[in-house]
Design a protein around this ligand. Structure first.
Ligand SMILES: Cc1cc2nc3c(=O)[nH]c(=O)nc-3n(C[C@H](O)[C@H](O)[C@H](O)COP(=O)(O)OP(=O)(O)OC[C@H]3O[C@@H](n4cnc5c(N)ncnc54)[C@H](O)[C@@H]3O)c2cc1C
Length: 298
């Protein structure tokens, strides 16, 4: 029998953003607790040891963090950090941000999706976090509130390594601003089963039709989420913007450029070679879905 000793920790349950910030002002190194689906696993599995003098600031009752709104001027959806995957998986949010809706539907189980938040996914910053390739492909901006006010930064600058972010002590991740794109977007992932599965490889492809650009962001194939700039530049010139077509050779070339942008590792879940090949296949399929009609290469 395993005996799990959990030392007593002080838990401050915030009801408002002001209360959460006051608690973090007093305890800048406090553990922020949202849905708890990552943090409690870390504590229960002793990946994070508690000495007993920690403070936990629980933010799941902070209504400001649970809110979302459409900013028509900026052409973006501002998602509070406490928006859950259940909310992201359903209309109206899934209609506004379809790739994020698709990613949300692949996360865990209904119980996990009810508790798990987008902010928690971002703050954990696992390379396998399903929301993260979507935020990267859509060029989302992360909003942090701290003792010195609000900081915003591109999600690519927020994610600095495996489970490492640019968040400073005392800061709370308050929101993510996700641009609304005019164009097809989708998320796909590979795992060993269809549910309750952490991605072995994941990819989000987003088309900006007016800007004539194709973006692709990849999960689980590098220390953090990566874009594939060479593949993006190639796709922008290879697809037929007016016809909505792309040739088979162009799809294959795009997919191989995506694979070349990866830096996967071998681990207990998959080999590096499998991950690279998996993401290559996903990238080709996503481009084909975005430009579904085959024909002569434009
Ligand atoms: C059974 C199971 C299945 C899962 N399946 C998937 C899956 O398929 N795909 C996937 O991507 N993830 C999966 N996860 C992981 C997890 O559900 C997600 O990463 C989730 O989004 C974490 O959100 P949370 O609100 O539960 O975060 P928490 O566990 O509360 O917090 C996670 C981290 O973020 C920090 N944090 C949270 N909110 C804030 C904030 N506002 N400001 C600053 N820091 C903050 C916490 O301090 C902690 O370090 C799974 C987890 C479990 C237990």
């Amino acid at each position: 029998m395993t005996v799990c000793k959990v030392p007593a920790v002080g838990v401050l349950v915030a009801s408002t953003l002001d209360e959460a910030m006051a608690a973090l002002g007093e305890h800048p190194d406090a553990l922020v607790l949202a849905g708890g689906t990552d943090l409690m696993v870390e504590i229960n599995e002793a990946h994070r040891s508690l000495a007993g003098d920690e403070t936990v600031v629980a933010v799941n009752r902070v209504s400001e963090l649970r809110a979302w709104s459409v900013d028509t001027t900026a052409g973006a959806v501002r998602l509070g950090a406490g928006v859950t995957y259940t909310e992201l998986a359903r209309p109206p949010l899934a209609d506004l941000l379809p790739a994020l809706g698709q990613a949300a539907r692949t996360v865990g189980s209904p119980q996990i999706r009810n508790a798990a938040t987008l902010g928690g996914n971002l703050a954990t910053c696992s390379p396998a976090g399903d929301g993260l390739p979507v935020l990267s492909a859509l060029d989302a901006m992360v909003e942090l509130l701290g003792p010195d006010g609000v900081r915003t930064m591109p999600v690519g600058e927020f994610m600095i390594g495996v489970k490492r972010t640019a968040r400073r002590p005392g800061e709370l991740l308050t929101a993510v601003s996700v641009p609304l794109l005019d164009g097809w977007q989708g998320y796909a992932k590979v795992g060993v089963r269809n549910a309750m599965e952490i991605a072995i490889a994941g990819a989000c492809l987003a088309v900006d039709r007016p800007g004539r650009s194709v973006r692709i962001a990849l999960g689980s194939v590098a220390p953090t989420i990566v874009r594939a700039p060479d593949a993006e530049a190639f796709a922008a010139s290879a697809v037929g913007w007016d016809t909505g077509t792309v040739g088979d050779d162009a799809v294959a070339r795009f997919a191989s450029l995506v694979a070349a942008a990866t830096r996967p590792i071998d681990d207990h879940r998959a080999s590096a070679a499998y991950r690279r090949r998996a993401v290559e296949v996903l990238a080709g399929r996503l481009l084909r879905r975005a430009f579904p009609r085959t024909g002569a290469a434009p």
